[in-house]
Ligand binder design. Structure first.
Ligand code: KG4
Ligand code: ZN
Length: 366
């Protein structure tokens, strides 16, 4: 561990390539103001395969990482010499994809003799509520009272964390010591995407289910709510695939699938949202949380937002839930710069020659 730094103004370059978004960002480490965010999404490239193809993802990152870094620099209106440190996601994710970002970050920090900060992707998501608070979607609501529940609900993760203090005081084992709930199998976004695939929607299918569910009856079909014991704050979504497949086959046989599609989508959505809302509010109550932030791609779901908006008071929250802007909810390098800033100020960064041995890890527990 290095000595904590205390510089007046420091700009951090964030780099994120853990899955199918190639992203670079410049952020002010003191204010968490995002000066720039350049992201290339590979969704269209993977769509024909119905999911992310790891080899294609890493090859595409190789082509887009330099242009994204240059775009982030230009958008921020700075010179490369203005950067004080580099933060990069090095775990967890697709290892070939991670290695592209890690190699770019190592080369950049070596060439300019800059500190290099390895970042856990989920710590990035957990920090996203603090980004650019002034341009949050609902300026009235912001993170700040503690304990605060942070729900990361994405295509790869469904995890609940309790932040007892502001990020600068988070211990290095924050992700282990403050996790109060997680999915034991599929993530919520995965449940949306896999059931959408069964229904023939393009990848990623969450937003198609959301759209098609409008006007449908959420109680039309009874789909499973996994792990619904009274005291559980863990999730299980793996039962959704078989239940949906059985329902679809039954409706196809009766030639009713087309006419009941919005009922099917509304019922799938309700089962996933119900499980999320129940466990999120249970975790709020069990941990005496005063605020709640919802991050990750699934936070775009209209039914999930409506339920959280309607029920936050009765769940005992002091403030309405906080939803960061969508560009900070989906995978992005600004949140990696934010997590990097926290660890940088605590002294957790690498310098030459340790920078050269930084590796990437697929495993979230590394
Ligand atoms: O956070 P994210 O962009 O990527 C990672 O997984 O890291 O999340 C993508 C997930 C996908 O599963 C996608 O289907 C889901 O977010 N999603 C939605 C909606 N918009 C995106 N799920 C439900 N309703 C939506 N409106
Ligand atoms: Zn993510």
């Amino acid at each position: 561990m290095n000595q904590p730094l205390n510089q007046k103004k420091s700009l951090i370059l964030g780099i994120e390539t853990s899955c199918d978004e190639c992203s670079a960002s410049v952020m002010d480490a003191e204010t968490f103001h995002v000066l720039s965010l350049a992201t290339f999404s590979q969704i269209q490239i993977h769509r024909p395969y119905g999911g992310v193809v790891p080899e294609i993802a890493s090859r595409n990152h190789l082509e887009t990482i330099n242009p994204m870094m240059e775009e982030a620099r230009a958008q921020a209106g700075i010179q490369w010499s203005d950067i004080s440190a580099v933060a990069v996601t090095n775990r967890p994710g697709l290892v070939g994809a991670l290695l592209v970002g890690v190699s770019a970050a190592k080369a950049f920090s070596y060439a300019r003799d800059l500190p290099l900060i390895p970042v856990h992707h989920l710590e990035g998501h957990a920090l996203s509520p603090w980004l650019d608070q002034t341009d949050a979607t609902r300026p009235g609501a912001k993170p700040g009272s503690y304990p605060m529940l942070i729900a990361i609900v994405s295509g790869g993760h469904t995890n609940l964390y309790v932040a007892k203090e502001p990020p600068e005081n988070w211990p290095v084992d924050f992700l282990q010591s403050s996790c109060v709930g997680r999915s034991r199998d599929d993530a919520a976004g995965e449940a949306f995407d896999k059931t959408a695939k069964i229904l023939g929607f393009p990848y990623p299918g969450g937003r198609w289910i959301d759209q098609t569910a409008r006007g449908g009856n959420p109680k039309a079909f009874d789909l499973p709510r996994g792990l619904n014991q009274k005291d559980s704050t863990d999730f299980s979504f793996s039962g959704m695939k078989t239940a949906t497949l059985n329902l679809v086959q039954k409706l196809q046989k009766a030639e009713e699938l087309e006419t009941r599609l919005s009922d099917v989508c509304a019922s799938i959505q309700e089962a996933i949202v119900d499980a999320l809302v129940t466990k999120i509010f249970r975790a709020v109550q069990m941990n005496g949380c005063k605020t709640l932030a919802l991050v990750g791609g699934v936070s775009a779901n209209s039914r999930l937002r409506a339920r959280l908006d309607a029920e936050w008071k009765s769940a005992g929250l002091a403030h309405e839930p906080f939803f960061p802007k969508m560009k900070y909810c989906t995978d992005n390098a600004a949140m990696i710069a934010a997590a990097g800033a926290v660890r940088f100020k605590q002294g957790h960064f690498l310098r030459i020659p340790e920078t050269l041995s930084l590796n990437a890890w697929a495993n979230p527990n590394h």
